[in-house]
Design a protein around this ligand. Structure first.
Ligand SMILES: *Cc1c(COP(=O)(O)O)cnc(C)c1O
Length: 411
């Protein structure tokens, strides 16, 4: 008799985005002409940079000739891409990361889940609250948690609150933790971590032989020059941290798919026989066995991100979204709302007015001004009373949405 991975049955039905869709559908059925503007989902809206398109078109042509056709590439990614990443994303920032420590993949979402393949089942796992739901659900699937609670949390996970009370800085929990997910600039709050904040975690991880999973998907949005772009800017991080990067948000690759996972060779974890094992070897083995690499065409597109033209185009793209975020912050502040984030990140985290719940505020905005955002409580219990507004949209939509909110939604 076949059996299933019963851990999947512990998962609470994907609640947040289906529930948003349900409420929007109900509303549009009653109000078919309502001019709804969606500032909810974290997907980019602007087209691919020209440098990336030119590189991919050329790569497609190469695939059409015997002399330049490519079959399977290296599972870890092509050296020409890994070397550019090592030089420009890391060595230029003083991070001693070698091309061989960079693994090219088809997404950070999958890698943040896949990484659990090389870790044991007895690790205590810590996430922030609110949190990117992928970290939580992949741990449920891997059997690293107990049952789910009504508020969307799971037994056995350690939740570290990030809120206005601690300036969105996750504190070391009382309980010892082995695996820690940190995402900065943060989705959903738009908060950033200083070097000092991250040093505390690196010191903790080294003292406790813990591993930090550092998700830097939004590093390109950092405008404050003192904020670190990589955890490897922190002394000691090479001994305790894996970093995830993605071309999704800086270069608009959400539909093109390319990302990076950095596993330093200095990273060692104890095996059952008490010997220390290089995580690099395990991840390399895992990728070589279960993954056959990212398409040549897409890797050429990603490589173009590091060209002079590419860098310029990406800066324009990021600045476009950051200007949206600035407009959102300014208009919502004018409307009397308390806003956070949106300076080094494409997300603005809004305190709901009059003590409204996240979902009540969602309904108010939907019904009064036909603007859709994301209720903070969907990212965890500590997100209750907050609301996420995404800067990923056209300037016109952002300006129109903010006009409606300032006109009608005076606090
Ligand atoms: C968008 C996003 C990513 C990127 O995921 P991809 O699979 O590379 O598109 C990673 N982490 C967070 C927190 C994100 O919001």
């Amino acid at each position: 008799m076949a059996t299933i991975n019963d851990n999947y049955l512990k998962l609470k039905a994907g609640y947040l985005f289906p529930e948003i869709a349900r409420r929007v559908n109900t509303f549009t059925q009653l109000n078919p002409n309502a001019p709804i503007i969606k500032l909810g989902i974290g997907d980019v809206t602007e087209p691919l940079p020209e440098a990336c398109r030119i590189a991919m078109i050329q790569a497609v042509e190469e695939m059409g000739n015997h002399s330049s056709f490519r079959g399977y590439g290296p599972e870890q990614g092509y050296t020409w891409l890994r070397e550019k990443v090592a030089a420009q994303d890391f060595q230029l920032r003083g991070c001693d990361i070698d091309a061989s420590e960079i693994f090219v993949s088809d997404g950070s979402k999958c890698d943040t889940g896949n990484i659990l393949d090389i870790f044991g089942k007895n690790n205590t796992v810590a996430v922030t609250n609110p949190v990117y739901p992928v970290y939580v659900d992949t741990n449920v699937m891997a059997g690293n948690t107990g049952v789910g609670n009504d508020d969307g949390s799971y037994e056995g996970l350690v939740y570290i609150p990030i809120s206005t009370e601690n300036n969105f800085t996750p504190a070391i929990p009382a309980q010892k933790v082995d695996l820690i997910y940190l995402c900065f600039p943060n989705n959903p709050t738009g908060a950033v971590a200083t070097k000092e904040n991250l040093q505390v975690w690196v010191d903790y991880a080294r003292a406790n032989e813990s591993i930090i999973f550092f998700d830097a998907a939004y590093e390109a949005f950092i405008t404050n020059p003192t904020i670190p772009h990589s955890i490897y800017e922190i002394p000691g991080a090479k001994n305790c941290a894996i970093e995830f990067r993605s071309f999704s948000k800086n270069a608009g690759f959400t539909g093109t798919r390319c990302a990076l996972t950095i596993v330093p060779k200095a990273l060692k974890v104890k095996a059952a026989d008490d010997s220390y094992v290089e995580l690099w070897k395990l991840w390399n083995r895992r990728q070589s066995t279960k993954f056959n690499g990212v398409s040549y065409i897409v890797q050429r597109g990603a490589e173009a991100v590091y060209s002079e033209a590419g860098k310029e185009q990406i800066k324009l793209l990021v600045n476009f979204y950051l200007e949206n975020a600035r407009i959102i912050r300014e208009k919502l502040t004018t409307a009397g709302l308390q806003v956070y984030g949106g300076i080094n990140a494409p997300y603005v985290w809004v305190k709901t007015p009059h003590g409204l719940s996240s979902w009540d505020f969602f309904d108010e905005l939907l019904q009064n001004v036909n603007v859709v955002g994301t209720p903070g409580s969907g990212f965890g219990s500590a997100g209750e009373g907050y609301f996420r507004i995404s800067a990923f949209n056209s300037r016109r939509n952002v300006e129109e949405a903010m006009k409606r909110i300032t006109n009608k939604f005076k606090v």
